[in-house]
Design a protein around this ligand. Sequence first.
Ligand SMILES: Nc1ncnc2c1ncn2[C@@H]1O[C@H](COP(=O)(O)OP(=O)(O)OP(=O)(O)O)[C@@H](O)[C@H]1O
Ligand SMILES: Nc1ncnc2c1ncn2[C@@H]1O[C@H](COP(=O)(O)OP(=O)(O)OP(=O)(O)O)[C@@H](O)[C@H]1O
Lengths: 216, 216
Amino acid sequence: MKYFVVIGLGTFGQNTAIELENLGHQVLVIDQDEKRVTAIKDLATESIIADATDKKVLSEFVNKNVDAVILNMGDNLEANALTTLNLISIGVKRIIIKAKNDAFGKILTAIGATDIIYSEREGAKRLAQKLHTPNLIEHIPLSPEYEIVELAVPDKFIGKTLDELKIRNKYKVVVIAVKDILSNEFHLIPGADFEFCQNSAMIIIGKTFDIDRLSF
Amino acid sequence: MKYFVVIGLGTFGQNTAIELENLGHQVLVIDQDEKRVTAIKDLATESIIADATDKKVLSEFVNKNVDAVILNMGDNLEANALTTLNLISIGVKRIIIKAKNDAFGKILTAIGATDIIYSEREGAKRLAQKLHTPNLIEHIPLSPEYEIVELAVPDKFIGKTLDELKIRNKYKVVVIAVKDILSNEFHLIPGADFEFCQNSAMIIIGKTFDIDRLSF
Ligand SMILES: Nc1ncnc2c1ncn2[C@@H]1O[C@H](COP(=O)(O)OP(=O)(O)OP(=O)(O)O)[C@@H](O)[C@H]1O
Ligand SMILES: Nc1ncnc2c1ncn2[C@@H]1O[C@H](COP(=O)(O)OP(=O)(O)OP(=O)(O)O)[C@@H](O)[C@H]1O
């Protein structure tokens, strides 16, 4: 079980606190807005109404042994920066900040933030990928060159086996699992005699170059 | 090549427009804020300064054959709702709205939005998972029961083969790929005699139940 601090209860911060509690960890939430703290206090281990830029107050509640501090304090660079400096002087080892743009992220990294999260940008990239690849259900980049995608099984595969379709030879990608969309059941690493059925999706791993060229 | 419209140039909208253009599609961006439109106009196929709640103006620039319209208009429910109703009366088939909370999403779905995206919530869940599983590099849920994770290879695996480690038997998960962290090179579906090296990560597929119980 770990101990985290969330400073700033923007949507991201609220959800991070709730999810960490759901996963069995303890979370202290801090925000200067009484309404937001009250709304979440039954879900968090501890909750405090305070101005995080006030070093004296912050050091009363945050000690250097916390596993990480997550900031979601909005667009005010000064508030984010001062809070980061306070946390560094307290001795916090991991400071994760949700930022909207590179300028913000660069500056906060320069003063000591360890992780910057650009969730709108990441969400936008995921959406753009899904709009780009119509039968794409999920798209997971693994490295600049490789990715995993989940695609609806094309109609012309139905009733054919992996061996007949020669997917690895023809398309250079590997089918690592097939999912029945209705039951959510999985068939991991299907063999050569595996036959595709209706209403299923295939999880494929391969080079981005080859996946982009898939056309069934 | 597809044609998309992005209404509202919040961070999410801006990045969606840019990413879709990068993927080779055409994007029309609409926002009532002149500064935001000017900042992006060289990157978008077309850009217009307009109030999207004005049906007459909107129908001049958006026709029903667009592949999808993406809304990122901020927290004003009325603006999002009126724009959605305008798009529906124009005949747009796919309306994707970035929303911050369920109430917003429910209401907009009730009046006809086809997709709601909660990017802060999704980002928060991903962060919480990474904080929960320390050697977790990536976590991809495939269904309520199955997921793919990318984990750093534990020290005690180094120098041993897949066969010696009996990973599928012991841990009930399948190693579908091993990535060299320094070179980003991949070894897909490693065989029984594959030997783990330093500085690598393994991509594993299995039931969430079993992955949560992994302890090396
Ligand atoms: N100095 C401060 N001390 C404590 N809390 C602060 C301070 N400054 C800002 N906050 C809090 O940070 C929160 C920022 O929320 P806001 O909704 O502006 O974030 P956001 O950037 O829109 O995030 P999201 O996109 O995740 O919703 C507010 O609840 C605000 O009260
Ligand atoms: N009626 C309208 N017509 C056109 N544009 C609008 C209208 N109402 C709002 N907008 C635009 O929508 C945009 C919303 O941006 P804002 O930064 O508030 O979004 P956000 O919810 O914080 O998104 P993100 O978290 O992705 O940054 C603004 O650029 C604003 O000008």
